[in-house]
Design a protein around this ligand. Structure first.
Ligand code: MG
Length: 161
């Protein structure tokens, strides 16, 4: 059996007048902020996509979904994730597990974590117990700590018989 590991990272700016979508789930920011971006700016799903692509050295999401392409304006990142999962499957690889950590001061993610895991697992085609979603604050340090943005780190493990 062959194994491959990949990691991904993403950050998007927090701005007024935009939705806050993480792991495919709409959240309410107490400051009325959402994530800016060409697509729905779901940093969690973007980091996961880069981890999956990275495991197979397939490049990054900018290669497949360029931000200057009007097709991806307002795109549901879970739909983009499905396309990445298809690239993985086409090459004969299956997902062992993924893990992630979202760096955000607010809102508290805990009430929505199970919904995020379920939404991601459904698109990955795996059980939710193979999808780790964790949250941390940045202790008010740096751009995430000042609520200038929300960031996410992710890893993915793939196997091939
Ligand atoms: Mg992104």
């Amino acid at each position: 059996m062959q194994l491959r590991i990949g990691n991904g990272y993403d950050i998007h700016r927090l701005v007024p007048g935009r939705p806050l979508i993480l792991g495919g789930v709409r959240l309410e920011h107490p400051g009325g902020l959402g994530l800016d971006g060409h697509s729905d700016a779901d940093v969690l799903v973007h980091a996961l996509m880069d981890a999956l692509l990275g495991a197979l050295s397939l490049g990054d999401i900018g290669k497949y979904f360029p931000p200057d392409d009007p097709r991806w304006r307002g795109a549901d990142s879970l739909v983009l994730l499905e396309q990445v999962v298809a690239l993985v499957a086409e090459r004969g690889w299956t997902i062992v597990n993924v893990d992630s950590v979202v760096v955000a001061e607010r809102p508290k993610l805990k009430p929505q974590i199970e919904a995020m895991r379920a939404a991601i697992a459904a698109r990955l085609g795996v059980d939710p117990d193979r999808v780790g979603v964790k949250a941390t604050t940045n202790e008010q340090l740096g751009p995430t700590g000042r609520e200038e943005g929300i960031a996410c780190h992710a890893v993915a493990l793939l196997q091939k018989p």
